[in-house]
Write a protein that binds this ligand. Structure first.
Ligand SMILES: Cc1cc2nc3c(=O)[nH]c(=O)nc-3n(C[C@H](O)[C@H](O)[C@H](O)COP(=O)(O)OP(=O)(O)OC[C@H]3O[C@@H](n4cnc5c(N)ncnc54)[C@H](O)[C@@H]3O)c2cc1C
Length: 405
């Protein structure tokens, strides 16, 4: 066990919550303090754009633990307490009070990238990051509402699906020439767009928003081509930026996220960082990566707990994530790009898997309603397995039957 007798975690979100749980599960008996600026106990965010928006889940369903668990685990919780500054061994709260600890962990996550165009301040121009955001949006969805979604990434399309299921008229506006351009190969992205179009969603690609107009609340969007889209609600989902100001002000190395190694160590001794806010070295990819995913929040936090406990644990995983839209589940892992060789395995029920090869090496996978394929492929990606591409197309043969001997 390391000599850390007290750990102070800033950011009571998914990664912060998993970190404190893992420390206690693994036998850490020192003082743990968890500070967060939201009014909620640590929770998982994936349901916010899915079950919570659809009204099928409640905030309680998203919580990692209830208040009784933190009490029983002797975690000192500072909920609704923004941290204004940190350094090696201390954090200063916004009321000026200071807390000291042997080890400080930054788990401050990311914030939605804001629109900087006229009218962006109008009511009903909204972002989706927190439970409060999701509850507010849910209250504004409904049959016949005109909803504009700005950004055709994962979050924007999940919001579009929820809005459509609620009976709203939905228009998605995207600056790129297609949806999900930063995440998925075009063949899969086009399939997802097709799901939306079949349900009546309108897509405007190669289009940006010049301004929002309305008296108090948004009434219309004026687009770069001069066209207008009438709208009662605009959900802006144009990416997120890491909450790295505390780290930058403390002199830590940052570059689109707090720089950490595979042991979650920042450039300052005894200060660690985990989750969306980090730009971590990923040994599998052999490069730095800033991931915004459930897996990264969960498993980087677990790895960090091990390191704090003095165990030389490396965070080294093949990145994996998913999205749920309507009745379709898309899971994806590894490297994915249209520049790779993409092999399609189709099934009679319309589900399919895309395998991405670099030479003969499997480097990425996407499964459209094929979670089992993705699970199998993930471990084969991790071991850099090599395949006969021409034998991968036959879905009746298991993936490993196409391995290069
Ligand atoms: C709507 C939505 C849907 C998603 N769906 C998926 C999905 O389907 N699949 C998937 O893999 N990933 C999904 N993600 C991504 C995933 O939820 C995030 O990657 C994960 O929540 C990151 O965890 P984190 O702990 O790093 O950050 P967060 O969970 O954001 O926690 C950071 C916390 O720190 C707080 N904080 C920031 N600054 C301070 C400060 N100065 N003082 C105190 N507290 C502070 C923040 O308010 C926040 O509560 C989704 C994200 C969102 C927003």
């Amino acid at each position: 066990m390391s000599g850390a007798r007290s750990v102070l975690i800033i950011g009571a979100g998914h990664a912060g919550g998993v970190l404190v749980r893992t420390l206690r599960d693994e036998g850490y008996d020192g003082c743990i303090t968890l500070l967060g600026d939201e009014r909620w106990l640590p929770y998982e965010r994936p349901p916010l754009s899915k079950g919570l928006l659809l009204g099928r889940q409640s905030p309680a369903d998203t919580m990692l633990h209830d208040a009784a668990w933190y009490k029983a685990a002797a975690i000192t919780l500072g909920i609704g307490q923004p941290v204004a500054a940190i350094g090696a061994g201390f954090a200063r709260l916004s009321d000026g009070s200071e807390l000291a600890a042997d080890t400080v962990v930054l788990a401050t996550g990311a914030s939605p990238r804001r629109m900087r165009v006229p009218g962006a301040h109008l009511a009903n121009v909204v972002y989706l990051r927190s439970i409060d955001d999701a509850l507010a949006i849910r209250g504004l969805l409904g049959a016949g509402r005109r909803i504009a979604i700005v950004g055709a990434g994962l979050l924007g399309l999940e919001a579009a699906a929820a809005a459509r299921v609620a009976g709203a008229d939905v228009t998605v506006i995207e600056a790129a020439d297609g949806a999900l351009r930063r995440v998925l190969p075009r063949i899969v992205a086009d399939h997802v767009v097709g799901l939306h179009r079949a349900r009546g969603v309108t897509f405007l690609f190669d289009t940006t928003v010049a301004r929002f107009e309305g008296a108090k609340a948004v009434e219309r969007l004026v687009l770069s081509n001069g066209a207008t889209v009438a709208s009662d609600l605009a959900i802006v989902a144009i990416g997120a930026v890491p909450n790295e100001a505390l780290a930058r002000n403390a002199g830590l190395a940052v570059d689109d996220g707090i720089l950490v190694d595979q042991h979650c160590r920042t450039s300052l001794p005894s200060v660690y960082a985990v989750g969306d806010v980090t730009q971590h070295y990923n040994p599998w990819a052999g490069r730095r990566w800033r991931l915004e995913s459930w897996q990264n929040a969960q498993n980087q936090a677990r790895a960090c707990a091990q390191v704090i406990l003095g165990r030389r644990h490396a965070y080294a995983e093949v990145p994996w994530s998913w999205t749920d839209q309507y009745d379709t589940n898309v899971q994806f892992a590894g490297l994915l790009s249209d520049d790779l060789q993409l092999v399609r395995r189709g099934h009679e029920d319309g589900s399919f898997t895309i395998l991405a090869l670099q030479g003969r090496t499997l480097v990425g996978v996407v499964g459209v309603n094929r979670p089992r394929d993705v699970r199998e492929a993930r471990s084969l990606i991790g071991t850099r397995s090599r395949f006969h591409a021409e034998q991968l197309t036959d879905h009746r043969r298991p993936l490993h039957a196409a391995l290069v001997a």
